[in-house]
Design a protein around this ligand. Structure first.
Ligand code: ASP
Length: 411
């Protein structure tokens, strides 16, 4: 019998995980069979994420430094840099516009009573996060002692240091050629290790999804059905229609081609809810399946994993409007604009880890005087909604890489 390709195995692993998780959910978490299976799937799933995290930092460091060095050699750095940032901003703006328009139209939460959630809100204390402080904190976080950043897996700070290193390597020319060669070889080695980790991906993904589906409390989902529908609907619209359409118009590549090439990363993002943990696989898909040059992918993908989050931006803005409806506050046009801008900043500032968006959302709420404690209402369903928004976050990074390659390569 022919063994299916890894790509297909990963899809099967995901379907299997969701199916078995749903079955276990029906049996109930107290059953010994379910308890034992949860233990095993917890172990396998965590091991998979550990392996991805193990390669994450060396991968980001080498790929950015080498990518920047090669781009500078070819004098393309300006165009790549500007096109990437513009496209990141453009797609995040579309995402927020979608989420906010749907919220303003459907008004989720409008008829609900805030008292229903009083208990949850009482036990939740939101950390203050005013905009100026958040901004200062974000800026300070950019430049960190590289050894500390590497050891703490602080991806954004590693990205910044590697950027500077890449530029320096090229400015030094021949003098630093050895170090550049060393980094190039290190990058190749890390990508090989990623290739090995991939063999575990179908099992890791199945395990993560078994655990996720088995342990979800779905009662809250139905209480918040209108909000969930708006979030899921607009996130899907962005991921399934808008982003692929932009790809098609700008590069002429079909959505099916993209789905086939990016599937491993998209499914991993769904299962892990972490753009950072998915990053090694995103790099692999972008360079090997979507054929983006390593110097472009090496720059766009790691940067995107930390600052480009369409799904998160959409979610934060939609959630803020939902909470406004819930507490019965009518936001003025200017306040809506503030939500728009802060949601964007908050998503840029959110690290690529599970539920990070919930933490930075405090800032969005506070910027227009909404009660930050209301986040407690959304926490129980966050792990579920995070799956989809992380998938769209990662999709945005891969699509930007293909678009940037097209727009910056001369024919
Ligand atoms: N989990 C998301 C990510 O890693 C961030 C978030 O929205 O919470 O991309």
């Amino acid at each position: 019998m022919k063994i299916p390709s890894l790509n297909v195995q990963i899809l099967l692993g995901a379907l299997f995980g969701i199916g078995l998780g749903a079955f276990f959910h029906g049996l109930g978490e107290e059953q010994p069979l379910v308890l034992n299976s949860l233990y095993v799937s917890g172990l396998v799933g965590t091991l998979f994420i550990d392996l991805l995290k193990m390669v994450l930092v060396p991968l980001v460091f080498c790929s950015i430094a080498v990518g920047i060095a090669n781009l500078r050699k070819h004098q393309q750095i300006h165009r790549v840099w500007i096109t990437t940032l513009l496209f990141f901003t453009f797609t995040m703006m579309i995402a927020i516009t979608l989420g906010m328009s749907a919220s303003l139209y459907f008004k989720p939460g409008a008829g609900m009573q805030l008292e229903m959630f009083a208990d949850a809100m009482q036990n939740f204390e939101a950390k203050q996060m005013p905009l100026p402080e958040f901004f200062a904190h974000f800026l300070h976080g950019l430049f960190v002692n590289p050894f500390k950043a590497l050891a703490e897996a602080n991806v954004l700070a590693v990205v910044m240091f590697a950027l500077i290193l890449g530029v320096t390597l090229v400015m030094g020319g021949e003098r630093y050629q050895n170090i550049l060669n060393l980094l190039e070889e290190a990058l190749e080695i890390v990508m090989r290790i990623v290739g090995w980790v991939m063999y575990l991906a179908p099992f890791g993904i199945a395990a993560l999804l078994i655990k996720l589906v088995t342990t979800q409390d779905i009662t809250m989902l139905s209480t918040l059905a209108s909000f969930v529908t708006v979030v899921v609907g607009t996130t899907l619209l962005h991921g399934v229609v808008i982003l692929p359409l932009l790809l098609l118009v700008i590069t002429g590549k079909s959505p099916l081609w993209f789905w086939r090439g990016g599937r491993e990363a998209l499914i991993t993002a769904f299962a892990t809810s972490s753009s950072s943990a998915t990053l090694p696989i995103t790099m692999r898909c972008t360079t090997q399946h979507l054929h983006v040059k390593p110097e472009i992918a090496g720059f766009v993908v790691p940067l995107g994993a930390t600052i480009n989050m369409d799904g998160t931006a959409l979610y934060e803005a939609t959630a803020a409007l939902f909470i406004a409806n819930l507490v019965g506050v009518e936001l003025s046009f200017v306040q809506q604009l503030i939500v728009f801008v802060t949601a964007m900043l908050a998503s840029v500032g959110a690290p690529g880890i599970p539920s990070a968006g919930m933490v930075t959302m405090v800032m969005v709420l506070q910027s227009v005087g909404l009660p930050a404690e209301a986040i407690a209402i959304l926490l129980p369903i966050d792990r579920m909604l995070d799956t989809l928004r992380t998938t769209v976050n990662v999709q945005g990074d891969m699509i930007t890489s293909v678009v940037v390659q097209k727009l910056t390569t001369q024919h």
